[in-house]
Write a protein that binds this ligand. Structure first.
Ligand SMILES: Nc1nc2c(ncn2[C@@H]2O[C@H](COP(=O)(O)OP(=O)(O)OP(=O)(O)O)[C@@H](O)[C@H]2O)c(=O)[nH]1
Length: 222
């Protein structure tokens, strides 16, 4: 086995301020999780990394934390470094500093929390201000397992995502629904961008996500 394929830029996660490292062959894809406090970013990352869901007490993330995971994309190993940011307003200035190094951003809201959905536009404004122009963005409506408490319809998420031209998925950090797919789609998109060859059929992340996603089984009346 070949080691992970390196697509992104090398970053120094432990540097006092975020910055790029000297090229070292140690690069990886940097993905950030963004969204209001309590939408489930930490649980989403733990579900992806460990296949586990920590229910019960909610411990807000302080500042920023990260985990690595290697995924296989079309037979190629791709190393993801995933940054879990604090959703609370008072940590924003810390997390802004990291946006520019991210190749991809997963932007989460909670389908049972209208404010978290309404704030997505503000998040996208921040992203356009601080992130790289070509950053891959995906909108995720999390907690899709909580059907009886749903206040945001799937169509509302789809409409907003279409308006901004980003792919959309409903997910559950509890059941694992579409969690891996979100990361795989990002890895595929970045691999495609890094290694386009003339004869490779063009990869469309939105088509890929649409063809692979699982829908929450409930709520056809909504
Ligand atoms: N039912 C259900 N509960 C979830 C899901 N994801 C997260 N939760 C719960 O929602 C609460 C908040 O989850 P966190 O992952 O800590 O939220 P966060 O977005 O990381 O919050 P900050 O760190 O403050 O930004 C916890 O009590 C979780 O158990 C989900 O998909 N389904």
């Amino acid at each position: 086995g070949a080691g992970p394929v390196l697509l992104g830029k090398a970053v120094c996660p432990l540097a006092p301020t975020p910055r790029l490292c000297a090229p070292s062959g140690n690069s990886q894809l940097l993905v950030m999780l963004l969204g209001d406090s309590g939408v489930g970013k930490t649980c989403f990352l733990i579900q992806f990394k460990d296949g586990a869901f920590l229910s019960g007490t909610f411990i807000a993330t302080v500042g920023i934390d990260f985990r690595n995971k290697v995924v296989t994309v079309d037979g190629m190993r791709v190393k993801l470094q995933i940054w879990d940011t604090a959703g609370q307003e008072r940590f924003r200035s810390v997390t802004h500093a990291y946006y520019r190094d991210a190749q991809a951003l997963l932007l989460l809201y909670d389908i049972t929390n209208k404010a978290s959905f309404d704030n997505i536009r503000a998040w996208l404004t921040e992203i356009h201000e601080y992130a790289q122009r070509d950053v891959v963005i995906m909108l995720l409506g999390n907690k899709a397992d909580m059907s009886s408490e749903r206040v945001i319809r799937s169509e509302d998420g789809e409409t907003l995502a279409r308006e901004y031209g980003v792919p959309f998925l409903e997910t559950s950090a509890k059941t694992g629904m579409n969690v891996e797919l979100a990361f795989l789609a990002i890895a595929k998109e970045l691999k495609y961008r890094a290694g386009q060859s003339a004869d490779e059929p063009s990869f469309q992340i939105r088509d890929y996500v649409e063809s692979q996603k699982k829908r929450s089984s409930c709520c056809s009346f909504m």
